[in-house]
Design a binder for this molecule. Structure first.
Ligand code: COA
Length: 333
C-alpha cells in the first residue's frame, strides 16, 4: 500500500515587540519610503529580552500539536531549520526535546537558510514514506535581531530581517486524496556563498574571531542584494515549474502559492513570471520582514487558520536564500 506524507497541523509564534520602519529611522540613515519601496516591509518583530530560536519555536510547536490533536510524546523526530541557532552547538533541535519534555527524541538541525522549509519537508517526506518515522515535527525559527548591524553601515541587510518561528507536523497518509506531498525539489550552488553570508566566527580561520574583524563588521551578515535579487527572480519560478512538472501539474492547478518571504519585490517578480493572479499568492512580509527558515511555515499557518488554504487544495511553495540554496514543493493539503 502506498504511503504519503500529509500536513497534520501548523503553528507559528512571533515576539511581541513590533519594530516599525520609523523605529529604524532612529537607529540608522534610512527612511520608511526607501524600505517600503525596495522591500515592501512595514514592520518586523524583534525579541526584547534574551530569547533563543528554540524559545520562539516552543509555542509554535505547541500550537501545531494542538491543531493536529497530538501530544508532544506522539512526535517521533524533530527537524529544526535555522541559521540563528540558540548556541553554536548543540543544535536547537536538541533543546526542543527539553522544551517539549520528550527526551530521547531524535533531533536534526539543518542549515539551509531561507530554503530550510523545503529541505526539511523533503527529509520528513522521505522518512515517513520509508517507514523510519510516522510523525515528524518540522520547525523553522530565527532570531536575526541580535546578529544585525543596526548602524548605517548595515542598513541594506538589517532593515530586511525579522524574528519568528513556524512549525509543521507531518504524518502518514494512506491516500493521495487525503493529503500528500506530491513533489519536492531542492538545490544549492556554493559559487554564490559570498553573496550572502556571515563570515565570522569561522572555524577555517585562526583565531575564529578577531577584534579587527569585528571592527570591520565581519561578524554581521553581508549581502550582494542585486545578485540575490537577480538569481532569486530567475531560480524561484524555474524551481516551482519543475516541481509542478514532476507531479504532472501546471501553474493552473495551483490553488495557493506561498513564496519564501525574502522581499515583496522578489515575490512580485516570481508571481509575474508564473502568471499567478493576486488571490492565489500569499505574502505577509509587510508585517514580519524576512524570517528566513520560519517564513514559509509562518505564512502557511496563517493561511490554514484564516481559511485561505483548505483541505483538498493544491499548495505550491518556493524558496531561495543564502548558499545559494533553493527549493520548491507541491502539496495536496
Ligand atoms: N535605507 C536607505 N538607503 C539604503 C539602504 C537603506 N536601508 N540600504 C542601502 N541604501 C542605499 C545604498 O547605500 C545605495 O546608496 P548609493 O547609491 O548612495 O550608494 C542606494 O541605497 C542603492 O543601493 P542598492 O544596493 O543599489 O539598492 P537596490 O536597489 O539594489 O536595493 C536591496 C537594495 C537590498 C533592497 C535589493 O538589492 C534587494 O532587495 N535584494 C534582494 C535582497 C533579499 O531579498 N535578501 C534576502 C535573501 S533571502
Amino acid at each position: 500500500m502506498a504511503v504519503y506524507t500529509k500536513i497534520l497541523g501548523t503553528g507559528h509564534y512571533v515576539p511581541e515587540r513590533v519594530v516599525t520602519n520609523a523605529d529604524l529611522e532612529k537607529l540608522m540613515d534610512t527612511t520608511d519610503e526607501w524600505i517600503q519601496q525596495r522591500t515592501g516591509i512595514q514592520e518586523r518583530r524583534w525579541i526584547d529580552k534574551d530569547t533563543g530560536a528554540s524559545d520562539l519555536a516552543k509555542p509554535a510547536a505547541l500550537k501545531a500539536l494542538e491543531m493536529a490533536g497530538l501530544q508532544a510524546k506522539d512526535i517521533d523526530a524533530i527537524i529544526f531549520a535555522t541559521l540563528s541557532p540558540d548556541y553554536n552547538f548543540p543544535g536547537s533541535g536538541c533543546l526542543m526535546t527539553e522544551h517539549l519534555g520528550i527526551p530521547g527524541t531524535p533531533a536534526l538541525d539543518i542549515r539551509n537558510q531561507c530554503s530550510g522549509f523545503v529541505y526539511g519537508m523533503q527529509i520528513a517526506d522521505a522518512w515517513i514514506r520509508a517507514g523510519v518515522y510516522e510523525r515528524v515535527l518540522f520547525i523553522g525559527a530565527e532570531v536575526h535581531s541580535t546578529g544585525l548591524d543596526v548602524s548605517t553601515r548595515g542598513r541594506d541587510v538589517s532593515v530586511i530581517f525579522g524574528d519568528g518561528a513556524g512549525a509543521v507536523i507531518f504524518g502518514k497518509s494512506e491516500s493521495a486524496e487525503d493529503g500528500a506531498i506530491l513533489s519536492t525539489l531542492v538545490g544549492a550552488d556554493g559559487a554564490y556563498a559570498k553573496d550572502l553570508m556571515v563570515e565570522m566566527p569561522a572555524s577555517r580561520q585562526i583565531p575564529r574571531i578577531t577584534k579587527e574583524g569585528m571592527d570591520e563588521g565581519r561578524h554581521f551578515p553581508k549581502m550582494n542584494g542585486r545578485e540575490v535579487f537577480k538569481v532569486a527572480a530567475r531560480k524561484l519560478p524555474e524551481a516551482v515549474v519543475t516541481a509542478l512538472g514532476k507531479c504532472g501539474k501546471t501553474v493552473a492547478d495551483v490553488d495557493l502559492f506561498i513564496p519564501h518571504q525574502a522581499n515583496l519585490r522578489i515575490s512580485e517578480a516570481v508571481q509575474k513570471a508564473l502568471g499567478l493572479p493576486d488571490d492565489r499568492i500569499y505574502n505577509n512580509i509587510m508585517r514580519y520582514g524576512n524570517t528566513t527558515a520560519a517564513s514559509i511555515p509562518i505564512a502557511l499557518d496563517e493561511c490554514v487558520r484564516n481559511g485561505k488554504l483548505k483541505r483538498g487544495q493544491t499548495l505550491a511553495v518556493g524558496a531561495f536564500g543564502a548558499g545559494f540554496t533553493w527549493g520548491a514543493a507541491v502539496i495536496r493539503f
